[in-house]
Design a protein around this ligand. Structure first.
Ligand code: PLP
Length: 509
C-alpha cells in the first residue's frame, strides 16, 4: 500500500478511541451502577422472584443493529428498566428451581475487577494464570488428589464432563486417536453411569463422537444410587460381546433428588476393571467442604477426574465450572496442540508453559478464577462448608413440614438439599405442573419440576445461601393455596353427608 493511500485512514487517536472524553462522567456513572447493584442484592427480597416478561419488553430486544452511539446513561436506564426486573431470579432466596447458585456481592465485585483487567487466560506469563493455578492447587487439596493433578476452569459441568470423556477416551485408545479418529476401536468404547445421572453425560458421549448408545444407564436403588452389582454384570456382559468398557461416571449429587453413588465401591470396581473413574460432582462435590457431608463422598479422592461447579454450592457468580484430573499428563495429552503462533519460551511473556489452552478446547478464556479466588479467600472454606450444610438442614426442615401436612406428599427421600413432593390431587401430574407455574408467576418462589416414577414432583433445590425457613414456609403456603384453588377442594377435608367437613385424605393418583 502506498503512503498516499494509507494517510487518509489515520484519524486523530482521541476521536476514534472508545475511552470516554471525560473520565469523571464515567466514574460517576460507574458509582451509580455499583450502588444500584449493591442495593439490588441487599434488597432482593423486596422483588418478585421471577415475573413473566411483557410482550413490549421482549420486543425491545428485537431492535435494529445500533449504528450510532447512545448516551451511556440512557443505555443503563434500559438495563435497569427492562433487564433487571426480568432475570431468572436465582439471586433471590425464594429461587429453588433446577440447581442455581445465588452468587454474592463479593463475587459481583470480583467480576467487575476481572473485566477491568480484561485478562486472557488462554496462556502466556501473567499473574492471573497463577491465580487460576492457585485454585487448581486448592481444589486438588480439597479432594486429596496427588501433586501431579491438573485442573481448569470451564463454563460449567456439562463442559467439564465432556472434557473428562475426551481425556478418558484418549487414555483408553492412546494419543493417536486425536489424529486418526476413533476408528473401529472407538466404535466399541463403552461407558457406564446410573439411569439417574444428568443428561449431559449422554450428550458428552454424543458430542465426543462415541455415540450416546455407547453409554449404559444402569439401574439405581430406592435412594437413586447406582446398583453396583448390576454395573459389574453389565461390564462383564459387554466385554463378552466384544465391547471395550473404558469409563464409569459416578454421581455426587444426582440432579433429581441429590443421591450420592457409592463412590468407594465404584472406585474399587474401576481399579479392578481398569476403567477411568469420573465423578460428576456438579453441585455435590463441594459438599467436601462440610465436615458433616464429606464422609458421604468417600471414594471421590480416588477418582481419575471430577467435574464440579463453583457457581452452584460454591456461590461464585456464573460461570465457574471446573475439571480436576488426577494425572495432569493424561489431561494435557488429550488437548495439547502446538502451533507456531503459540510458541513457548523460557523467558518473556510467552513463558510459563504449560498454558491453560493445553488443557481444554478454549484458547481465549476469561478470568473466572478471580471471582472464585475472592470467594474462597473472603469467606474461607469453613464458612462455605457451613453454608452448604445449612442448605441440607433447610431441606430437612422442608421435609418435616411436608410430612406433617396431610395435603402434601413427599416423593423421594431427602438426602442432600433437594426436596421432591406434590400436592395430593386426583389428576396430580397436571395439577402439580400447574401449581409450579402458578407459583413462579406469582413471584413468591421459583421451584421447578421433575418426573419420579411417572409422578410429577414439585422440586425444591436449596442452593442459595440466602434461603431461610421463611422462604420454605412461603413455598408451602403457596403450594397449598394454588393447589386448593386448582382443584376446588382441599384434599385434607371431605364433606360429610351432614354437610360438615372431616379431615380425610383423598387417594393419590
Ligand atoms: C448432577 C449435574 N450434572 C451436571 C450438571 C450440568 O451442569 P452445568 O449446568 O453447570 O453445565 C448439573 C446441573 O444442574 C447437575 O446437577
Amino acid at each position: 500500500m502506498t503512503k498516499a493511500l494509507r494517510e487518509p485512514l489515520l484519524t486523530s487517536e482521541s476521536s476514534e478511541t472508545l475511552d470516554p472524553q471525560d473520565w469523571d462522567d464515567i466514574r460517576a456513572q460507574g458509582h451509580r451502577m455499583l450502588d444500584d447493584m449493591i442495593d439490588y442484592v441487599a434488597n432482593i427480597r423486596e422483588r418478585p422472584v421471577w415475573q413473566p416478561i411483557p410482550d413490549d419488553v421482549r420486543e425491545r430486544f428485537r431492535g435494529k443493529l445500533p449504528h450510532q452511539p447512545s448516551d451511556l446513561g440512557k443505555v443503563y436506564r434500559e438495563f435497569t428498566d427492562f433487564i433487571v426486573p426480568y432475570t431468572t431470579g436465582n439471586v433471590h432466596p425464594g429461587f429453588m428451581g433446577w440447581v442455581h447458585g445465588g452468587g454474592t456481592a463479593v463475587g459481583m465485585l470480583a467480576e467487575m475487577l476481572a473485566a477491568g483487567l480484561n485478562a486472557n487466560l488462554g496462556g502466556r506469563d501473567h499473574i492471573p494464570i497463577d491465580v487460576e493455578r492457585q485454585i487448581v492447587e486448592w481444589t486438588r487439596q480439597m479432594f486429596d488428589f496427588p501433586s501431579g493433578a491438573s485442573g481448569i476452569f470451564v463454563t460449567g459441568t456439562s463442559m467439564a464432563n465432556l472434557m473428562a470423556v475426551l481425556v478418558a477416551r484418549t487414555s483408553a485408545l492412546g494419543r493417536f486417536v486425536r489424529q486418526r479418529g476413533v476408528g473401529d476401536d472407538g466404535a466399541r468404547l463403552t461407558a457406564y453411569t446410573s439411569a439417574a445421572a444428568h443428561g449431559c453425560i449422554a450428550r458428552a458421549m454424543d458430542i465426543a463422537g462415541l455415540g450416546s448408545d455407547a453409554l449404559r444407564c444402569i439401574e439405581f436403588d430406592r435412594s437413586h444410587r447406582i446398583d453396583v452389582a448390576a454395573l459389574r454384570a453389565r461390564i462383564a456382559q459387554d466385554r463378552k460381546a466384544g465391547r471395550k468398557p473404558f469409563l464409569v461416571v459416578g454421581s455426587a449429587g444426582t440432579v433429581d433428588i441429590g443421591a450420592i453413588d457409592d463412590l468407594r465401591a465404584l472406585s474399587a470396581l474401576c481399579r479392578e476393571e481398569q476403567l477411568w473413574f469420573h465423578v460428576d460432582g456438579a453441585y455435590g462435590a463441594l459438599g467436601i467442604l462440610s465436615p458433616g457431608l464429606a464422609p458421604r463422598l468417600a471414594g471421590i479422592e480416588s477418582a481419575d477426574s471430577i467435574a464440579l461447579d463453583f457457581h452452584k454450592w460454591g456461590q461464585v457468580p456464573y460461570d465457574a465450572g471446573f475439571l480436576l484430573v488426577r494425572n495432569g499428563e493424561q489431561h494435557r495429552e488429550a488437548f495439547v496442540a502446538p502451533a507456531s503462533y503459540l510458541r513457548r519460551e523460557t523467558r518473556g511473556l510467552a513463558a510459563g508453559s504449560p498454558w491453560p489452552c493445553d488443557l481444554g478446547p478454549d484458547l481465549s478464556r476469561g478470568f473466572r478464577a478471580l471471582k472464585t479466588w475472592f470467594t474462597l479467600k473472603t469467606y474461607g472454606v469453613e464458612k462455605l462448608g457451613a453454608v452448604i450444610a445449612r442448605t441440607c438442614a433447610l431441606a430437612l426442615y422442608l421435609e418435616a413440614r411436608i410430612l406433617a401436612e396431610p395435603r402434601l406428599e413427599l416423593l423421594a427421600p431427602v438426602q442432600l438439599n433437594i426436596v421432591c413432593f406434590r400436592y395430593r390431587a386426583a389428576d396430580a401430574n397436571k395439577v402439580n405442573g400447574d401449581i409450579v407455574i402458578d407459583i413462579q408467576e406469582s413471584g413468591i418462589a421459583a421451584p421447578s419440576t421433575t418426573m419420579l416414577d411417572g409422578q410429577l414432583a414439585i422440586r425444591a433445590a436449596i442452593v442459595n445461601h440466602r434461603t431461610d425457613t421463611c422462604d420454605l414456609d412461603a413455598l408451602l403456603a403457596a403450594v397449598i393455596r394454588f393447589g386448593t384453588a386448582r382443584t376446588g377442594i382441599d384434599p385434607a377435608f371431605r364433606t360429610l353427608p351432614n354437610g360438615r367437613k372431616r379431615r380425610k385424605l383423598l387417594p393419590t393418583a
